[in-house]
Design a binder for this molecule. Sequence first.
Ligand code: Q9C
Ligand code: ZN
Length: 339
Amino acid sequence: MRILHAPDSVLHDPSNYVRRGETVPHPEKAARYHLLLDAARNAGHAVERAGDHGIEPIAAVHTQGHIEFFRTAWSRRDEWPTKSDEIFTGHFARPQMHRRPEGFLGLVGYHTADTSTPIRAGTWAAIYGSAQAAISAADAALADGRAYALCRPPGHHAYAESAGGFCYLNNAAIAARRLQSKRGGKIAIVDIDVHHGNGTQGIFYEDPTVLTISIHADTSNYFPFYSGYADETGTGAGSGFNLNLPLQHGLGDGPFVAAIEQAMARVAAYEPNALVVALGLDASEHDPIGALRVTTQGFADAARTIARGKLPTVLVQEGGYLSDVLATNLTQFLAAFDA
Ligand code: Q9C
Ligand code: ZN
C-alpha cells in the first residue's frame, strides 16, 4: 500500500496538557511519526512524501479565519504576554459566548477548545503537512483503490473553526472533500479511534452527501464528553446521516468488530463512491490513554471487515499513542486490509 507522509509533521512536538484535571506529558509526540513511518517501511510498503496541493482543499473544510489564525499565530507571539516555546490559553469560547474577538489573546481561545492544542513555532508547518498527506492519499486511493495517510498531528476532533483534542485541521474531513471534488457523489467516513470523532461529526452534521459514523468509548465520563451519544443523528438535510456507536469502557475485540460490521452495513446501504477510515489505534488494550481492550488480532479483523466493503478507501491516521504494540497494530491492520 502507498504510505503518504509529510516530514514537517515532526515540527510540532507538544510538551504538556491538562488531562482529567492534571498537567501531564503530552502523548501526541513527534516520535509517533517516526515509529509509524518505520513500521510501514519495514513492512515493505511504498513510502512517499506527500505533494503540496495548496490551501484550497483545506479551505473546503475550514473557515478562512481558522486557517489564517493558525497560519499566522506564531508570527504574532509578540502579542502574547509571556515568552515561552508554546502558546495556549485558559479562555475558551462557549456556545452562548461565541463572538470572534479581534485581539490575539481571545482568538487563541476562539480557535481552540482545550489545553491540548498548543501553538509552537512549527505547528502550522506540521498541521499543513499532515493535511497534505491526507489530500495526497485521497488522490492515491482514487488511482490505486486504497492508500494510507500518516497524519500527525491528527484531525478528527477539529471542527471547521476550532482545534481541540490534539487536532488542528481535520485531515479525514479534508480527504473526504478531496474525494468528493475529484470523484463526485457521496462519501462515507468510518471513525474507529477510541475517542468520538466530534469534529468530523460537526463538519458534516447538516450534509447528507457525507455519511459520518464513529465507534468509540462511551463519552459520558470520557473525552470529548459533550458529544458522541447515540441520539446524535444529524440535522436538517443531514438528518439520518450521522451514526454514533458508543461502547462501554473495557470492551474488547468482539464488540469492537461487531460495531464495525454494523457501521459497514450502514455504509453499504448508503452506496458511497469512496470511504475514509479515521484510523485511530488507541482502542488498543495497551494504549496509554485508551478505554477499550482491542488486541492486534482485533485490529486485523477490523481491517478485513472494512476491506470487504470494496470501496476506494483512504486510511487516515488519527490517535494511537506510544506503546509496545502501536507499530504492530498498524502493520497488522495494513496487512489484513490488503490481504
Ligand atoms: N481533560 C486523539 O486521539 N484528553 N485525541 C483530554 C481533557 C484528550 C485524544 C482530556 C484526548 C484527545 C486524536
Ligand atoms: Zn483518540
